[in-house]
Design a protein around this ligand. Structure first.
Ligand SMILES: Cc1cc2nc3c(=O)[nH]c(=O)nc-3n(C[C@H](O)[C@H](O)[C@H](O)COP(=O)(O)OP(=O)(O)OC[C@H]3O[C@@H](n4cnc5c(N)ncnc54)[C@H](O)[C@@H]3O)c2cc1C
Length: 348
């Protein structure tokens, strides 16, 4: 059976960038993603404009995913989607043996844990269903902005996602009404400030009491909102509803491994230094990692990926350059560099 130099668990920004970087370091790589699609959490906000990745012009997260996937494929790693790692052991000769949901077994010299907060499924809320049936105008994520044009959109929730959606939809929707049961919104200060001072109608410390369905009972036509401070109730008519109540996280791997992999603090794996964990050959990166100063952003995932790959590289080849400086004059890269250069000059 083929033994990979490294196996990356998770196909979000951390996993995808490390697939590229490990290829750059001449490693034999496989990446395994539980969902049937790549991109990790970016799929939850694929229409949101991302503007905080250095050197990349502002673009929707969906487009960032496309670029990440293209880059990840540069050195032809094996990429498997729709397959969950649900067991890890060590073999007598020191390799990791991975068991997957498809009943397959893979061998790998090192493991890069890029599993974010685990496999995410929206937390179900019966309020937004009709006798258990999903309603047509209720969404937990958006891939179709056009649909929101000139609509009255109610957002339920007050965390990062709710705040981001409110700001993103305000310029195109007829009205955005954000309802949150707490007093303060959570999220980046600038984004929260924008919601509070912009055109979004904010109903804080408010609860959703009851709903009126559309005549065909396929969607929600209006929601009664109660102001918890005054007790006043108001029926708000809506065209679309976005529910941002968080996600259930599945992280069975922490219970289903025989290598001593444990959760350090809720959903996180402790990195000792430069993405190293207490388990030799196992490295952690991206949102899954916990260490002082960890930044849970795409840019943070990229830095973790470089450190994790360099650590994995020197684990498999102790004589390899630990800092991972890769010259574009390297034989392996010459051809790629010249084709990039040709494309660039022909576009000028
Ligand atoms: C609403 C919202 C808005 C955000 N906006 C920004 C922004 O504007 N800019 C920014 O820089 N960051 C933003 N972030 C943060 C950014 O999305 C994360 O920091 C980034 O996605 C982390 O990447 P990751 O690869 O570590 O994890 P994830 O993106 O979570 O990917 C982890 C992947 O691992 C897979 N996985 C988990 N367990 C297994 C298993 N056992 N087997 C196989 N696969 C598994 C999961 O399915 C998932 O695809 C935002 C986050 C949210 C929620």
């Amino acid at each position: 059976m083929e033994v990979f130099d490294t196996t990356i668990i998770g196909g979000g920004p951390a996993g995808l960038y490390s697939a590229f970087y490990a290829g750059l370091r001449a490693m034999n790589v496989q990446l395994i993603e539980a969902q049937t699609y790549l991109g990790g959490k970016l799929n939850l906000y694929s229409e949101k404009i991302i503007w905080d990745i250095g050197g990349i012009p502002p673009m929707p997260a969906g487009q960032v995913i496309t670029h990440l996937i293209d880059q990840a494929k540069t050195f032809n790693p094996v990429i498997r989607t729709g397959e969950t790692i649900n067991g890890i052991k060590k073999t007598a000769d020191g390799n990791f043996q991975l068991e997957t949901s498809k009943g397959r077994t893979y061998l790998s010299k090192t493991l890069l844990l890029a599993m974010g907060n685990g496999i995410l499924d929206p937390i179900p809320d019966p309020f937004f269903t009709n006798e258990g049936e999903r309603l047509d105008n209720v969404h937990v994520s958006l891939t179709d902005f056009e649909r929101m044009k000139d609509k009255r959109v109610m957002i339920s929730g007050g965390g990062n996602s709710a705040v981001d959606w409110a700001n993103a939809l305000a310029p195109i929707a007829k009205e955005v009404i954000l309802v949150y049961r707490r007093e303060h919104l959570k999220g980046h200060e600038a984004e929260v400030e924008k919601v509070l001072s912009g055109p979004v109608t904010c109903k804080l410390q408010s609860d959703l009491i009851s709903k009126t369905l559309t005549p065909d009972e396929a969607g929600i036509a209006a929601i009664t909102v109660r102001d918890a401070k005054t007790g006043q109730e108001e029926s708000v008519s809506v065209d679309e509803v976005i529910v941002c109540h968080g996600f259930n996280r599945k992280n069975d791997l922490f219970e289903q491994n025989e290598i001593g992999l444990t959760v350090f603090e809720e959903y996180f794996v402790e990195a000792t230094s430069e993405a190293k964990t207490a388990i030799p050959g196992l490295f952690v990166l991206g949102d899954a990692a916990k260490y002082p100063g960890k930044v849970r952003l795409i840019a943070g995932a990229f830095q973790d990926a470089v450190n994790a790959v360099n650590a994995a590289k020197t684990y498999t080849d102790p004589l390899a350059n630990a800092k991972g400086t890769v010259s574009t004059y390297d034989d392996k890269l010459k051809q790629k560099v010249s084709s990039v250069w040709e494309n660039y000059t022909s576009e000028q």
